[in-house]
Design a protein around this ligand. Sequence first.
Ligand code: 13P
Length: 336
Amino acid sequence: MSELNKIAMKLISSGKGILAADESNGTMTKRLEAVNINSTSENRLLFRETLFSSESMREYIGGVILYDETIRQKTKSGKSISDLISSSGALPGIKVDTGAKDLANSHEEKITEGLDGLRERLKEYYDLGARFTKWRGVYNITEKYPSKLAIHSNAQALARYAALVQENNMVPIVEPELLMDGDHSAETCLIKTSEVIKKCFEELILHKVDLSGIILKPNMILSGNQSKEKISSEEISKKTLECINNSVPTEVPGIAFLSGGQSEIDATENLNLINKNNNTKFIMTYSYGRALQQGALKVWSKNTKDVQATQNIFNHRAKMCSLAALGKWSKELENK
Ligand code: 13P
């Protein structure tokens, strides 16, 4: 096993998954203001520190993706956030893209930026404790989108990013996210997601990326949030597995899904069925942001000093996601 493969396996094996706590200050401000909390750097740290010092970190979280601000912050006792995460046995990771901008000549689409100076930034993040990274390409689904241009340019950026990350001895999470916004069918999501992922691998291979040392972070196959189509979790799991089977090379150790705006329970139930029906050789786990943090954030916002109440909610959610990553979750367990 290569060192990179060992890191990847540590992040996703044995029912562990990834906590995506890498919301940019802009996104985190929206999340905090929605629960009437001021988005100061102290408050952002306080919430995240509360999660990262939870008991469930040891058993259920293989790694935490951080934002640039957070990886530089220290706890009240003077410990770095990377050390706090490492002390629970999880690995610190870092989002390294600088965001999605309008794509020239296709202004309704996005291209993710951040390649300039990336090699130097990666060295600094490694020294700050990061052992894995994330870059998110984002695509909308309509009749004409994603365009070939968006598919190609984002795949190339993801591959250039992944090659640089491996050069710096870290595992790149490759995240192509097709948004659930829109009225498209699940079948359309399947076709378009497969096309995007295939192109990503074409570019990753061209850039000589070691596929055994990456983690793919895709969306599940869902119908659009404005669609009239009602699709069951069973169908979601089957279509998602079909997509992974037809587009991901077998060297890849695992898939860590994003939650993408699904409720906590939906994201858990769908992952559980994906694992129950898993006919692939891939580990299938979670790299959730909202679906791991929503409930905890709500409780925390009521009393930011009540660490235990917040951690209880987070511990439960992480445990449910972990059971789903093993195909052992059931709805009844939610109420225990
Ligand atoms: P969600 O699970 O909230 O979609 O966030 C995951 C993520 O990292 C998006 O880039």
